[in-house]
Design a protein around this ligand. Sequence first.
Ligand code: SF4
Length: 427
Amino acid sequence: MNAPLPLAKEPGGDCAPVLKERGQREVFCGLTGIIWLHRKMQDAFFLVVGSRTCAHLMQSAAGVMIFAEPRFATAIMEERDLAGLADANDELDRIVEQLLARRPDIKTLFLVGSCPSEVIKLDLAKAAQRLGGKHAPQVRVLNYSGSGIETTFTQGEDACLASLVPEMPALPEDAPANLLIVGSLPDIVEDQFLRLFDQLGIANVGSLPERAVSQLPGIGNNTRYLLAQPFLGDTAQALEGRGAQRIEALFPFGVEGTTDWLQAAAEAFGIDSAHVASILSPFQERARKAIAHQRERLEGRSIFFMPDSQLEVPLARFLANELGMVLTEVGTPYLHHNHLARELAAMPAGVQLSEGQDVDKQLDRVRETKPDLTVCGLGLANPLETEGLPTKWAIELVFSPIHGFDQAGDLAELFARPLRRRDVLRV
Ligand code: SF4
């Protein structure tokens, strides 16, 4: 088993004071989440109520994934709508009618708000209620905001999952304890975790979201949940509002994080620790070997995280503790002190954390410190590369399967690859 984590330490106590940044931001909006959410929820459809810009974002972010029958679309608001000359609600009702008539496979329809729909104050909550009443019980209609006005791109998933929580069936008071894995994971990763929980002896495990959103798991006072992603603050709050209790753990990245995540769940369900150790040991061994392969390339190299996906803190912990990377600065759009308490305690001493964004100042610090690798958004990567500073796209980390033991080597490889490319180019 891993050595116990230094949890006696005040969370983040050894880190330098957090730098609070408030300035120009350079991140994608919450609509981006639809790209991975629509793949996960196979009976859902995402209808963005937005402008041509929103439609272009969706098309370019979806890239090559153009299906014959995609599970997302944009209801484009024209100038007449924006000028308040047309009744956007009538238009929306008409589009939804057409969509549902053509696609009887849709069981849940998400109306996704955007900057333009928010600017003209189109009330999508009311629209969802109206349309939901009309199309129940065949179709459930929900709404959330993916607007870029106040969000960073992973908050789209948080808002989407939070909208599902009130729909989860209530479990009776005396229901046996159940476990929820919260956060959208690629099916292959989710299946690995479900097999592991089964081997550990935890029965009754569900996911939010499930692949079929029409079959949401139950929730009640005996529900315990594990966050699989660090950006689900609103979802966590909604789950707790319905009686569920969070299991405090590291996030399941690398051997250390995955071990802690699974052990914490096992402990919450009263599973014998010797049994847990014997089940996890071969997985840990295999993952350690896969990571060791990349350690030679990454050890001692410096890395700077620009605030982007909200995955920065757990990933930085993994890179520092298991790959020996030097953390120049770890920026994150929001520092959820509660959900990240264990991560902060496991960080190496003296790390500079920053919360929020002031992109010019942060770019100045990147140029000054010249890290071996900068993790940043797509818009910043090319300029930095042309200045000779290697980068890693933050969004790639959200699209790739990176959780769990079996993905630990691939996760390390994602950081090693740009450095290898740079080393080859230098020869
Ligand atoms: S929601 Fe806002 S930020 Fe996102 S694509 Fe539409 S207009 Fe742009």
